[in-house]
Write a protein that binds this ligand. Structure first.
Ligand SMILES: CC(C)(COP(=O)(O)OP(=O)(O)OC[C@H]1O[C@@H](n2cnc3c(N)ncnc32)[C@H](O)[C@@H]1OP(=O)(O)O)[C@@H](O)C(=O)NCCC(=O)NCCS
Length: 174
């Protein structure tokens, strides 16, 4: 398997959608297929950003792991979801300014529980050259939540909403 950073065979949004759908198609984390489409659409938008950082893992060409993110500056985040988030965070919003937002992390179930998620997130954080990182995850005891806790992410706030409309948890590192 090869793990590569930005600039090296970035996956298409369709590949990312398929991977996320697969990664969330069975317990312990089952999500509606629409959520994969939302994440793929967000990634598609992020492809226009000069500061997009991505890590990919491929096995014989197939995308089996993916993580991406970008710097977070409130004045650039003019979409409705981001404005709502700023409002909900109140004074805490300042902690995210200039940080690195981890947008997406997914591992193919065939390659799960082998440390790939950990490795991809570590590489993504290193490649971002940031000192503060944040992400949004479901407020539930998922493999993702445990991985983030293990890597030192801590809750910033409980009061948020994930892109799937479910309760979300903002986790901060650094
Ligand atoms: C979250 C996700 C990326 C984790 O990927 P992963 O490659 O399985 O992650 P890791 O292997 O690093 O860790 C997962 C588990 O495997 C265990 N593990 C790691 N290496 C192992 C090994 N060699 N042998 C046995 N178990 C191992 C870890 O301890 C961890 O256990 P836990 O869930 O009981 O805490 C993956 O589950 C996923 O794609 N989930 C759906 C999408 C998602 O929720 N993304 C995050 C929000 S965008």
């Amino acid at each position: 398997m090869e793990v590569a950073r930005t600039g090296f065979a970035l996956p298409t949004p369709d590949e990312v959608e398929q991977l996320y759908a697969l990664a969330t198609s069975r317990p312990p984390q089952v999500e509606d297929a629409d959520v994969a489409a939302v994440y793929a659409a967000l990634y598609d938008l992020a492809l226009d950003r000069a500061d997009l950082v991505a890590v990919t893992a491929r096995e014989v060409g197939e995308l089996v792991g993916f993580g991406c993110g970008h710097r977070w500056h409130w004045q650039e985040q003019t979409d409705e979801w981001s404005r709502d988030l700023a409002e909900r965070l109140g004074d805490d919003a300042a902690q995210l300014e200039g940080s690195f937002a981890v947008q997406l992390l997914a591992v193919h179930p065939r390659f799960g529980r082998q440390g790939l998620g950990f490795e991809l997130l570590k590489q993504l954080m290193v490649a971002s050259a940031a000192s503060v990182y944040w992400l949004l995850t479901a407020d539930a005891d998922t493999p993702a939540r445990r991985l983030f806790r293990r890597m030192g992410y801590r809750p910033l706030t409980l009061d948020s909403e994930a892109p799937n409309g479910e309760p979300g948890l903002i986790l901060l590192h650094g």
